[in-house]
Design a protein around this ligand. Structure first.
Ligand SMILES: [Zn+2]
Length: 120
């Protein structure tokens, strides 16, 4: 679900906002569309504490990516450096997507007002 941005401003304000968004747009090389999931789990050892009311093992961090309906790419990120890289990449991707989404909503509104979309 997309966040809804305010598009009730004047056409001039929308165009200014659009120019600002275009300046902000940057594709970072580490952009990553994924989620970082934290998990705690029980191990396979029958007499381990985790099987007898003790704490589970973890946290373990998994990167998950939904590629298609029912098709998920998921793997464990073992190193803290990998986890940090994933956080950064996910954050960069989200920022880019949010900027693009706002740009798109402004363009839809400009189109509704029968305004041209290509920049002046
Ligand atoms: Zn255990």
């Amino acid at each position: 679900m997309a966040r809804i941005f305010g598009t009730s401003k004047s056409t001039l304000a929308l165009r200014n906002r659009k120019r600002f968004l275009l300046c902000q747009l940057k594709v970072y090389p580490d952009s990553l569309r994924a989620s970082l999931v934290e998990r705690f789990s029980r191990c396979g050892k029958a007499n381990c504490n985790c099987r007898h009311g003790g704490n589970k093992h973890g946290p373990f961090y998994y990167l998950t990516q939904c590629l298609a309906v029912g098709q998920i790419n998921k793997f464990l990120l073992k190193a803290a450096t990998q986890q940090e890289a994933a956080r950064q990449g996910i954050d960069h991707y989200r920022r880019l997507q949010e900027l693009l989404e706002e740009l798109s909503q402004i363009n839809a509104e400009l189109l509704r007002r029968e305004e041209p979309l290509a920049d002046d």
